[in-house]
Design a protein around this ligand. Structure first.
Ligand code: 8OZ
Length: 366
């Protein structure tokens, strides 16, 4: 039996026709090859298994060594990494899927052991986040960061630009800028982490500047129709906060809309947690933004259908359900039971909890 909702209708995203409105959200899995940070040998199979999603967004991938904050996350700054990602995009395309890569700079959410020569991670201001990262096989407090010099900011923008160029060379259909979850671009945007007194600190306009300049640079490389961005206006993830997120994000989204980005991917509420952690008018963002609105965080079939029917979003991104259900689209279509995820195998390891979740067809009938 098939349930019909807007969720299973095609969607025109810039030059791409997505087979349905389900997006696989970016999910960190820490299975890249240590040392080179090339996507691991199973990555192509993992993404290809999920190619029936309208759009896949890869796990966050650092744009430079400086941008890495956790053990064994993949990069998109070296030739080997581009070659590794090419195997992923080829296999996804063979199965008829579409795939964007998420471009990431963690800023202060890092550890000296991941940085070149044990250097301090960089941030808008030298304020250490309260939080942990995963490094050297275990959890450790994030390191004390140093504030970026004004003269270093063009280099950060260049890193995103080069990563975008690499992504296109690797065969991605587009890129998603990671502007969320307490990482570098959000650290600049939010006044809990940004105490700068130069052109990148103080007013909302100044704090939003880096996110918008990175977006502009990425658009110049990939074209606006292949550039999306993820934001998380009220998330407390990675010890981030802002005194007036509505005004901040209304401004940011006006800027993103002017740049004509193809989609705005919004983590509504606390990342991976309650959707109602703080009052926020997401409809205001949807109204301001010219492109597609991708809603994320805690969606299930019912809520996704309701939100699409109400035209409050164009696409819905599912995270953890895609980890444990490679055929999530088919399962939702049929109203079949979803397979549970095992959080012990989210981060690191091999095939177990990565490429071994069964499709409906492979599961014994109940
Ligand atoms: C979980 C573990 C490590 C990183 C994010 C990239 O929150 C992440 C992440 C998630 O955006």
């Amino acid at each position: 039996m098939s349930r019909s909702t807007k969720l299973f209708e095609t969607y025109k995203l810039g030059p791409l026709t997505l087979a349905n409105r389900l997006v696989m959200a970016p999910l960190t899995r820490n299975r890249a090859v240590p040392g080179t940070f090339v996507p691991g040998p199973l990555a192509a199979e993992y993404y290809a298994q999920r190619a029936s999603a309208g759009l896949l967004i890869t796990e966050a991938s650092q744009v430079s060594q400086q941008g890495q904050g956790y053990q064994d996350t993949p990069g998109i700054y070296s030739k080997e990494q581009v070659a590794g990602w090419r195997k992923v995009t080829d296999k996804v395309h063979e199965r008829g899927g579409k795939i964007f890569i998420q471009l990431w700079h963690v800023g202060r959410i890092s550890h000296v052991d991941l940085q070149a020569n044990g250097a301090a991670p960089v941030a808008p201001s030298a304020i250490r986040a309260k939080g942990k990262t995963f490094v050297n096989g275990g959890f450790a407090d994030v390191s004390e960061p140093r504030a970026l010099e004004l003269s270093e900011i063009p280099g950060i923008i260049d890193d995103f630009k080069r990563a975008t160029k690499n992504a296109l060379e690797a065969g991605f259909d587009g890129v998603e800028i990671h502007g969320a979850n307490g990482y570098l671009l959000e650290q600049f945007a939010k006044d809990g982490a940004n105490k700068r007194t130069d052109a990148y600190g103080g007013s909302i306009e100044n704090r939003a500047k880096l996110m918008l300049e990175v977006s502009k640079a990425v658009v110049a490389e990939a074209g606006a129709e292949r550039t999306g961005i993820r934001i998380s206006p009220v998330t407390p993830a990675n010890d981030i906060s802002d005194s007036n997120p509505q005004a901040l994000y209304d401004h940011i989204v006006d800027g993103l809309s002017a740049l004509k980005l193809v989609y705005l991917h919004v983590v509504e509420g606390a990342t991976g947690g309650p959707r109602d952690i703080a009052p926020f008018d997401y409809a205001s963002l949807r109204k301001r933004f010219s492109g597609a609105y991708v809603a994320n965080n805690g969606y299930n079939f019912e809520l996704a259908s309701k939100v699409l029917d109400a035209n409050a979003a164009d696409l819905i991104a599912f995270g953890k359900p895609f980890i444990s259900n490679p055929d999530l689209v088919e399962r939702l279509k049929q109203g079949a039971a979803l397979h549970d995820w095992d959080k012990n195998t989210f981060y690191g390891g091999g095939a177990k909890g990565y490429t071994d979740y069964p499709t409906l067809a492979a599961e014994p009938a109940e």
